[in-house]
Ligand binder design. Structure first.
Ligand code: FES
Length: 109
């Protein structure tokens, strides 16, 4: 059974900003990035495709600017809406984690 879980409130995420949340699973769980643009929220694994590091500069704190998130390790840049790579030393984008918004709450899909 695939159970949807509430991850946070939309308002917990700064507009055009990002937070991290942990998804628990039977294999120990993993951390995802939630990014917001207005009423839309986008989820991605917190793992840079360059060297597999987390994108945050300290746990849960991310560099964002002009609708993009920037990896704190070597500066790879990705769009908030699609996770596509814009610039930097990797060849691919962020791995999407489907989420949905219902009544101001963010759920794993
Ligand atoms: S690990 Fe993200 S740019 Fe190198």
């Amino acid at each position: 059974m695939n159970e949807s879980r509430a991850l946070c409130q939309v308002d917990d995420i700064p507009d055009f900003g990002a937070i991290s949340v942990r998804i628990e699973s039977s294999t120990g769980g993993f951390e995802i990035i939630l990014m917001r643009e207005g009423d839309e929220v986008f989820g991605y694994h917190n793992e840079c495709p360059h060297q597999g590091r987390n994108l945050d500069y300290v746990p849960g704190k991310f560099l964002t600017k002009d609708g993009r998130i920037i990896c704190a390790a070597h500066g790879a840049t990705f769009t908030i809406k699609t996770g596509e790579r814009v610039s930097g030393p990797c060849n691919s984008g962020l791995l999407r984690v489907p989420v949905r918004v219902v009544d101001g709450q963010v759920f794993s899909a």
